[in-house]
Design a protein around this ligand. Structure first.
Ligand code: HEC
Ligand code: HEC
Ligand code: HEC
Ligand code: HEC
Length: 509
């Protein structure tokens, strides 16, 4: 759907609501003296998606997914609210560069993200280095409505002119906002490729003023900085949604009878406190559910409780925003895209087509260009596979075979993700290491998380067994390369290690 097509229903909604007069009296220019009928518009903005279409599913109840974001936007539209969607950049690729073997997958993924954004009715976006990992020409080829720093676009919704202004520093943002105002924008959203701090600095010190009413930034200062939603108050509110598409930003804008500055409405303190308390309880239950070794009935009970709490949270979070009816005001909300939220069917179909294609693309690349693993350097150990360990450590096997590690590759096969380069590294043994797995079409005896995933490559030890040429594997660092905060958010070394040890294997615990 193009933005032009999408605007037709907005006019239709106005007509249906009997506000034909206001549909005709589109206000262009900021004539402060002319009275305008009040209006309400919802803006949704994504930023810093980092090439995430959906969470991996490594843990229960993972946040995120572009299909869930799409459904939130669709729901607002179905409610009859004039709604626009924009993206502030750093969204198409995971990183600013793509290794050669990942090029087919990452390009296909960027296409899927672009397809999803078009379905969501994207009206404007700007880009950062995570959008140009395959060059500007590739990005432009995706056909998204892109804005370079300094450029602006004005879109009408509910008879109001909303401007999107792109910038990557104070000068370009100011220039873009000026263009937007000249084109009649009554409310200007800055799409800023830079950090929240830089945007706030620009808002505070820019002379002449920036001319934006709100700024959405895409570029987190660090991975940690990108973990949380941010709203910096000030002369111009600056917003940064949680990265990897885990939260969706919603800005409600109310237009009063006269042009003038927009007041940022206070969030409802009570509702926010209740939300925080629910969040805490949800996080705790979530941790309990993911505790390894919990039996199924106990898990089931907690899942029910969690579902109930999540429903309550949703009701609370999706309550009508505090209203700015009758004056120039905006309210800001970050919608956490919890696993319990519904997904848009059309965008889900985009994801399914991506999944189907990417396995074939990666396999074809591996067959045409794949390299076997490099040979180990002199005195460097190589991975040799479980069979060698079994020759001397048969007693450790029953415990390992009963653990989830033994089935880690099968988990990917069940989900048809075994050829995804996003997934394979932690679900096989020795990814990209001598004697390990270096191409997805040759996994052979390295399927699953084998002995050497924790004890390290064992060729030297198998040749000449001793306790100083093999790792004991008994430190948290042994695990956290795979059990990282994203893929194993509830990881606890003592609790987890108990589940992989037992009689015959590390019975010291
Ligand atoms: C950085 C390492 C890492 C990557 C990359 C990774 N996983 Fe995982 N995955 C894990 C870990 C660790 C667990 C176990 C988490 C836990 O139980 O705490 C896991 C568990 C899972 C499970 C749950 C299995 C079960 O028994 O319930 C699924 C499904 C899964 N991963 C699928 C995927 C898919 C699909 C991808 C790619 C999109 C992927 N993983 C990428 C590390 C990873
Ligand atoms: C040829 C027989 C043999 C093979 C093959 C073998 N081991 Fe061992 N392994 C031993 C012996 C013997 C010891 C005890 C060495 C000692 O205490 O000096 C040992 C000790 C260990 C230890 C304990 C080290 C410590 O610090 O206490 C680990 C862990 C281990 N092996 C893992 C492996 C793994 C993983 C493999 C497969 C890659 C493997 N072994 C293959 C014979 C073998
Ligand atoms: C090479 C990556 C990797 C390493 C290293 C690793 N794990 Fe895992 N672990 C996984 C994956 C992947 C899964 C999920 C397997 C599945 O179900 O498909 C998993 C699952 C588990 C589970 C089961 C969790 C559950 O939900 O039941 C436990 C327990 C566990 N790991 C403990 C550990 C401990 C302790 C260490 C370190 C001593 C460790 N793992 C090291 C990848 C790894
Ligand atoms: C998920 C990580 C992990 C995997 C996979 C794993 N181990 Fe271990 N292994 C450990 C840890 C942790 C210890 C030490 C436990 C402790 O401190 O008591 C250990 C201890 C050992 C020891 C020391 C002697 C003993 O039993 O205490 C041997 C031998 C051993 N493992 C062999 C194996 C073999 C063989 C496999 C594959 C079948 C394997 N391990 C798979 C983590 C792992």
């Amino acid at each position: 759907m193009t933005s032009r097509n999408r605007l037709i229903p907005v006019a239709a909604i106005l007509a249906a609501a009997g506000s034909v007069a206001c549909a005709l009296a589109v206000v262009r220019g900021s004539d402060a003296l002319r009275e305008r009928p009040p209006a309400h518009v919802a803006l949704f903005v994504t930023a810093d998606l980092r090439g995430y279409l959906a969470p991996c599913g490594c843990s229960e109840n993972m946040r995120g997914g572009i299909a869930r974001a799409a459904e939130q936007i669709a729901l607002a539209r179905r409610d009859g609210l004039p709604t626009l969607y924009a993206d502030s950049g750093d969204s198409l690729f995971h990183a600013a560069t793509v290794p050669p073997e990942a090029v087919p997958q990452e390009e296909r993924k960027a296409k899927a993200i672009a397809e999803a954004m078009k379905q969501m009715g994207l009206v404007a976006r700007t880009s950062g280095e995570r959008d140009d990992a395959r060059g500007a020409a590739f990005r432009e080829g995706l056909g998204l409505p892109g804005l370079a720093p300094g450029e602006a676009k004005v879109v009408e919704a509910n008879g109001r002119a909303i401007g999107f202004a792109a910038g990557n520093d104070a000068d370009t943002l100011r220039q873009a906002a000026r263009v937007a105002r000249k084109d009649g924008a009554e409310f200007v959203v800055g799409l800023f490729h830079g950090t929240a701090r830089a945007a706030q600095q620009a808002a505070q010190t820019s002379e002449p003023p920036l001319g934006a009413d709100a700024i959405v930034v895409s570029h987190a200062e660090s991975d940690l900085d990108g973990e949380t939603n941010k709203l910096l108050r000030g002369s111009i509110p600056v917003m940064q949604p949680q990265n990897k598409g885990r939260s969706l930003l919603r800005i409600d804008v109310w237009f009063g009878p006269r042009a003038g500055p927009f007041e940022l409405l206070a969030t409802q303190q009570d509702a926010q406190r209740q939300l925080d308390a629910l969040d805490e309880r949800i996080a705790l239950l979530d941790k309990q559910i993911n505790l390894p070794g919990l039996d199924e009935p106990a898990k089931q009970l907690r899942r029910q409780k969690l579902a109930e709490l999540t429903r309550r949270r949703e009701t609370l979070a999706t309550q009508r925003a505090p209203s700015g009816e009758g004056r120039n005001a905006l309210s800001v909300r970050f919608i956490p895209l919890e696993a319990s939220l519904p997904a848009d069917r059309g965008v889900e179909a985009v994801l399914q087509r991506y999944d189907k294609d990417v396995g074939l693309l990666n396999l074809a690349w591996a067959k045409a260009h794949g390299h076997d693993c490099p040979a180990p350097e002199a005195n460097q150990a190589a991975f040799v596979g479980n069979a060698r360990c079994r020759d001397c450590h048969e007693e450790a096997f029953p415990i390992w075979e009963a653990s989830k590690h033994a089935h880690a590759y099968a988990t990917l096969e069940d989900k048809s993700k075994q050829y995804h380069l996003d997934c394979i590294a932690c679900h096989v043994t020795g990814w990209q290491r001598p004697g390990g797995v270096c191409r997805i079409d040759k996994v052979d005896e390295r399927k699953g998380v084998g002995c050497e995933s924790c004890h390290g490559p064992g060729s030297l030890h198998a040749e000449d067994p001793s306790d100083d040429n093999i790792s004991k594997g008994n430190t948290p660092q042994t695990c956290t390369g795979c059990h990282d905060p994203e893929n194993s958010p509830h990881f606890d070394f003592d609790a987890y290690v108990r589940l992989i040890t037992g009689p015959g294997h590390g019975n010291s615990r």
